[in-house]
Ligand binder design. Sequence first.
Ligand code: FAD
Length: 282
Amino acid sequence: MLLNPFTFHAPKTISEAAELYTSLGNVKLQAGGTFLLNNLKRLKRKGGKTPEHVMSLKKVAELKGIQEEGDHLVIGAMTTMTEILDFPLLTGNTEILKVAAKNIGTSQIRNMATVGGNLTCRYTWTEMPAVMVGLEADLCFAGPDGKQENVSAEEFFAGGAKTDKLFVHAAIKKDTKALVTYHRVKKSPHLDIPLLSLLIKTNRDGKKFKNTRVAVNNCVAFTQRDRALEDLINQSGPSKNLAQEALNHLDEAIYDVRSSDYKKHMFRVAIKDALTEIIGEK
Ligand SMILES: Cc1cc2nc3c(=O)[nH]c(=O)nc-3n(C[C@H](O)[C@H](O)[C@H](O)COP(=O)(O)OP(=O)(O)OC[C@H]3O[C@@H](n4cnc5c(N)ncnc54)[C@H](O)[C@@H]3O)c2cc1C
């Protein structure tokens, strides 16, 4: 047998799922299953403890799909990477979701991997965290009483992405005027997970930039903001020297953690490319 036995649950509503998630105790959630099933097999192989219960979210219709709600785009936890790529209404700041989604795994993985799994699996290298922190998303979670609460993506990842609640959706305020760029560097020339990822979002206001966000994932810690670089971009405006100036002010505490010379170099390449794109020179 590939997996140790467990009891399988397939609730149909968010409140049922949130309540079961708390009451079952020794339970693992299954979204797309791309991490979970590998983990269960690995644990069995190593003789580790496997969960008594697995709860699939596949039948919870309320968790699926992308909706426009007023001036926000709301992305359900069970939305897959392929659904992001196929969604026709991603424009302005939210278009960058497609740029990130298209590099994730293979088409087979993208057909199964969900936004919820990518954000809550607690692997430090997944890519949607930098996108959500950079786009100032709010993440909505449901507790056992069915009560839903929002936490900013920034706060969630600053707290180590820990939750015992059900992730419901991410909400992003639409901004058709924002300039956004996303860069990732993979570990090898082949299909591979990222070594680093970076999202820069800003708004141009005459000769200045404003509301700049720099979300950095060094893939060994959870995504964080580079506030010093944000300030520099806001103060410098779209000058030709911006990319070079930025490279002289990088916060080593973020970029150099458990880093190789190659990775430090590639961070500089990514930042330079991102800023060159933002000032419109590329
Ligand atoms: C070969 C391969 C290549 C990959 N390459 C990349 C890549 O390049 N970039 C990248 O970013 N990712 C990559 N991934 C990761 C992929 O995106 C993740 O596997 C996926 O995002 C996890 O989503 P899932 O729906 O399969 O989660 P699952 O495996 O179903 O769930 C994993 C865990 O996430 C948590 N979880 C899931 N949904 C919820 C929820 N609604 N509420 C609370 N907790 C929840 C639970 O703890 C759950 O056990 C790759 C994966 C594979 C297997």
